[in-house]
Design a protein around this ligand. Sequence first.
Ligand code: ZN
Length: 496
Amino acid sequence: MKPSRHAALLFFLIFVTFQANAASAPKLVIYLVYDQLRADLLTVNKPRFLPSKSGSQLGGFNYLVENSSYFPFAEYDVMSSMTCPGHAIIATGSWPIHTGIAVNDWYSRSKNRREYCVDDDMFGMSPRKLKTTTISDEYKNADFPSKVYAIALKDRSGIMLGGHRADAAFWFDEKKWSWQSSTYYPNARPPWMDELNSKVSPRVPDVSLLKQIWGSQRTLDLADQILNKEKLGQGKATDFLFISFSAHDKAGHTYGPNSDEMKKMIVDEDRELSGFLNNLKKKFNLEKDVLIVLTGDHGIPPSPDYSIKNKIKAEYIDEIQVVQKIYKKLNEVYDTSSKNEWFKAIESMHYHVNWDLVSKMKINRREFLENVKSIAKELDVAEEVIVPELFSKNDLMSPRIKKQIENSYVEDQWGDLIMMPKPFSFPFEKGRKADHVSGYSYDKMVPLLFAGAAFKKQIFYSKAYIVDIHPTMAALLGIIPSPKVDGRILDEIFKK
Ligand SMILES: [Zn+2]
């Protein structure tokens, strides 16, 4: 082949590829995140969901599963599966070591106080603790005139998904009984919001409704308002709407995943999703113009009640008792009968040592950590007791936990001692039947699907991590991913 013809062919190929990319840029990207959507919820309930299509009516989950690139068992590879870190990972494509969000609440070493992932001294609430950029941040960084909205009953879910450059994130304030936002956002008080809030029924707070399908219905009311009033998907660039369904998680904690309430909840959510998709279909050429990503922020174990009844070893860990036992042993070791508070704080299974006391008693720091680690191990409540200061990659430890530690380490948030519970166990908290705190399969596995013109309609059992969403979407949109991206482009799902 002559060089000139080669160049022409190359130009033709580049042009065709560019055309293909331009053609596949959707008008609207919608993320649907179900809070506590464990991977098997979409597989075992399939027969109970609406059919994929009946006549011109679209179903809910089955429609999306059958019209998408679907990974039934995608994974978070983190030590603690939780809402705030989960939503940050979905949006940024980075593990907690890079997002700076390892848990929802923590005790900050540097500030000596308890912190929440989205609280902010200046704005009340903001995404400013998030240490990297989200997919819509990067899209806006490429100067596309895009609109970005993120909503959820929970403040942390919408705020993390929307990132630094969202036009607004909205959440449902349980006390004010209305949708709220933060002055951090340019469109925190859109003119239509008062009217929507005046229609929230009942008018008086009833928090039990937030654990029912009512919570998802109100979330979708707000989604419809934003689509209509802010004219999403009607501009020159791709717009983003991030929706997280918090009611599922609130109910799951109260009733446990094997309860009748949760078996009904997922079916109700399927009906609501179907309604939402059929509405979208009236406004858009759904397959061509709208790209939908669906996933969960974490899973959930069965409640220990359920496990024990069915001969699976499990327990609700009584952390007060654990601490009392550790204190008693430490008092023996250091020959003191006084009532010493050996820990300064305990948050999300992270134990912070009271170092003032340790140095006052002239105890060697390393020796103290080794003692407290072996005492904690002897209690036999933890699968693994992790002490970051003593941690060495040569430690004999499950490779799974080692990887999860590496992905999740945030120095300011981590305790001196972390007690990883045994499978099916977790710390007891009043009013909660089940809790997700670990990196075990039931907590880390969630479904992941991509529905849209660019993607194959196929089931993939290959490994996919939630950090892969961001780079895959960045590739589709033709933009660079966030600076500290950890995922890969899921190349196998693109139509070639
Ligand atoms: Zn939860």
